[in-house]
Every structure is written in C-alpha cells, then in structure tokens.
Design a protein around this ligand. Structure first.
Ligand SMILES: Nc1nc2c(ncn2[C@@H]2O[C@H](COP(=O)(O)OP(=O)(O)OP(=O)(O)O)[C@@H](O)[C@H]2O)c(=O)[nH]1
Length: 376
C-alpha cells in the first residue's frame, strides 16, 4: 500500500470577528507548526489580518485580498500556493509541510474544499486535513439565527472552537454547545480563550494521518455520532404491493431537523451487503444532479461487489474526490456507511433514491453483521 505524501491542508473558518486571527496567531507559534505556509484571505484591497500574524523564519504568510476565496478568487489559490512555494524554494527553504488557509468571515468553506479536489495542481499536492471553525460564545447564537454562512461553516467543520468563553457563563454556553451539536454531531467541540489551544487538537481529522502513517477510518467518518438510517428499513412500494414500477413509500425513520430555518441534516445511511459499482455510481449521480448544492459534505466507506478492499469516498456538493482504496484491516465489518451533511435534504429521500437502484433483496443477502451504530 502506497502511503499518502500529500501535504495536509487545514482550513480555518468562522464568522466575522469570531477569533480566527487570534487563534492563528497562537497556533503558528507552536513548534509543531514550523514550516507551515499560511494563506490569509481577506475582503478589500487593504488586508490587515496578515499584519497581525507573528511572522518568523519558520513560516511564510501570503495574503489573498480583493475578494473571497469561496467565490471570486477560486482560480487564485493554486497560483498563490505555487508562487509561495516557488519563492520558498528559491530562497533555499524547504517546501511547506503544512498549509493553513484562513477564510474570510463570510466564506462558505464548501467551494474551498471542492477546489482542493478539483484543481489538478492542488489535488496532486495537497489533501484536506481538517476544517476548523471558530464560533463566538457571546454572539454565536444570534449569528447562527441571522446568517446562513455561519450555519454552513459549522456544519462542514471537523473541529468547532467556541471562542471568547471568558465573556459568557455556563448558562449561555450550554445552549450554544447543544445547538452546535445538533447541526454537526460529529465535530469535536473545544472551548478557547484568546486562541489558547493545543495545536494537536486542530489537526489530524483527515482519513490519512501523517504522524502514524495510517488510515484512521472511524476517527475520520465518526459514523457512530449520527442518527442512522438502514437501507434495509426502507420499503419499496413494490415490495408491499407487488408493483415494481410504483413510486416509493416513506421509510420508517424520519429526519431529525435542527431548529434553524435552513434545516441542516446530518445522518448516516448504512447498507449491509455489497453494493454493485453501477448502483453506487447511478445513485450518487442522481443525488448530486438533483440536490448537489445541498450536499455540504459526504464521507463514506463503501464495500463493492467487484473488489475485496473497501473504498473511502469524500464529496463536497456535487464534486467527489477520486476514491481511496483502503487496507482491509482498517475496517471491522462489511457494512457500507455514508455520512451525509446536508442542507434541507431528508434522509428518507437519500434512502429512497438508493432503493431505486438496488433490486429487491440485494441488500438483504448480506453476511455482514448488523450495524453497531446507534441513533442519537
Ligand atoms: N475576550 C476575548 N476576546 C477575544 C477572544 N478571541 C478573540 N478575541 C477578540 O475578538 C476580536 C476579533 O478577533 P479576531 O481574531 O480578529 O477575529 P477574526 O475571526 O479573525 O475576525 P475577521 O477577520 O473580522 O473575520 C479581537 O478584538 C480579539 O482580540 C477571546 O477568547 N476572548
């Protein structure tokens, strides 16, 4: 098995004023962050954040201003990284061993993740390690109610940092923490004052861990944190009425909706038994063409009929990373698990569309054990 040599990328997001720069300033001073390239994206011609970052010989800081990386500056990320790396090499310095991208406070992180997957130059050199999102303990709840961008930043994150906890008491903190968990049940939550947090807690959420040279499947997928819907529980109308051309009926489990207008749904869809590559491709194609914009993030471990080893899939909106074949010993069973983080997509819809491409009983002839996941 060839191990990944791609440079890890950490995306630091969070709403305006949530404490990103304060955190970054502390973060990059840590010894483990030596040889990190920091990319700061700011609105406006005169960016200030980069001036707030303590610079040293060990790190390079580059700034991308005059627009937002998630909309107008997409093509500029590869150019910026390439130029920065070229000038480091020209100065006789090593290529960076990590890249941290601080987004603007209004950025939707999804397009930035997409960019890492779709830009040829980037995809062959870098891989996402974690999305870290700062949430202001004092203003977080109000921001969540008012700004869709904030909901999406939280939904897509691997780590949620509740900042400025010195400004609020437990009575205000607990509802915010619960709210964040309802939007993103799998993200680790940490409380941070003035950016003071161990850097190890910010990295290492990716599938491949550089430090251990191993794939950490369950730490990456965190499927047990989500409410679960099983393919086997979704009834096809034809199974009840003997009419294979009929439409689908509702599955047994109902979606859990957050109390936000945007209804961010995070759930895990499990399939026991092997899936044909055709069924997987057709199902995902249909999902992406019907509701790609609403698919904030998809992670999956899939067992297919045409191969022994499992595949890891990672998608953002309608874009998928090339599948990563995993060593068999990375997983404990042969259950395929799809984690969906969506905006306004009901688990029922995802499950019903899956059944559309799988003939009756195809998922029932499994020798796999039943899932160990539990609904939240
Ligand atoms: N009391 C308190 N203030 C904090 C904390 N973290 C950050 N701040 C302050 O909050 C303000 C905004 O922090 P920044 O780090 O600039 O936030 P940002 O997310 O980079 O802001 P934008 O670049 O505007 O999106 C600054 O005045 C910080 O000093 C904290 O933990 N406690």
């Amino acid at each position: 098995m060839q191990f990944s040599t791609l440079t890890p990328v950490n995306v630091l997001t969070g709403f305006l004023g949530s404490g990103k720069t304060t955190l970054l300033n502390r973060w990059v001073r840590q010894a483990s962050m030596q040889n990190t390239l920091i990319v700061i994206n700011e609105f406006g011609d005169i960016g200030l954040d980069h001036q707030l970052i303590t610079q040293s010989d060990e790190q390079a800081v580059v700034e991308m201003s005059s627009g937002c990386l998630c909309c107008t500056l997409r093509g500029d990320l590869s150019r910026t990284l390439k130029q920065a790396i070229d000038s480091l090499l020209a100065e006789g310095k090593p290529a960076p061993s990590r890249v941290v991208i601080e987004t603007t406070g209004l950025a939707d992180p999804a397009p930035i993740l997409q960019l890492l997957m779709t830009d040829h130059w980037l995809a062959h050199r870098f891989q996402l390690d974690s999305v870290v999102c700062c949430v202001d303990a004092a203003n977080g709840e109000a921001t969540l109610q008012a700004h869709r961008e904030s909901q999406r930043q939280i939904a897509i994150a691997d780590r949620l940092l509740i900042t400025k906890t010195d400004l609020v008491d437990e009575v205000r903190l607990t509802p915010l923490a619960n709210q964040l968990a309802s939007i993103n049940p799998a993200a680790e939550q940490w409380q941070v004052v003035n950016g003071n947090l161990s850097p190890e807690l910010l990295v290492g959420a990716g599938l491949f861990r550089q430090d251990s040279q191993r794939y950490q499947v369950e730490q990456w997928l965190k499927s047990a944190r989500y409410s679960v819907i099983h393919a086997e529980d979704v009834k096809h109308e034809g199974e009840q009425q003997g009419d294979s051309n009929a439409a689908f009926v509702q599955p047994t489990s109902q979606p859990t909706l957050t109390r936000h207008g945007e209804n961010i749904n995070a759930f895990c869809f499990c399939v026991e038994g092997l899936i044909t590559p055709e069924a997987l491709e057709n199902w995902l194609d249909l999902l992406m063409s019907l509701m790609g914009e609403k698919m904030l993030r998809i992670k999956a471990i899939v067992h297919l009929t045409d191969r022994d080893e499992p595949l890891a899939l990672h998608g953002v909106q309608h874009i998928f990373h090339p599948p990563t074949p995993l060593p068999m010993q990375c997983v404990n069973d042969r259950i395929s698990r799809f984690v969906f983080i969506t905006q306004n997509v009901a688990p029922a819809t995802v499950a019903q569309l899956y059944r559309y491409f799988t003939p009756f009983n195809s998922s029932a002839d499994s020798s796999a054990n039943s899932s160990t996941n539990e609904a939240i």
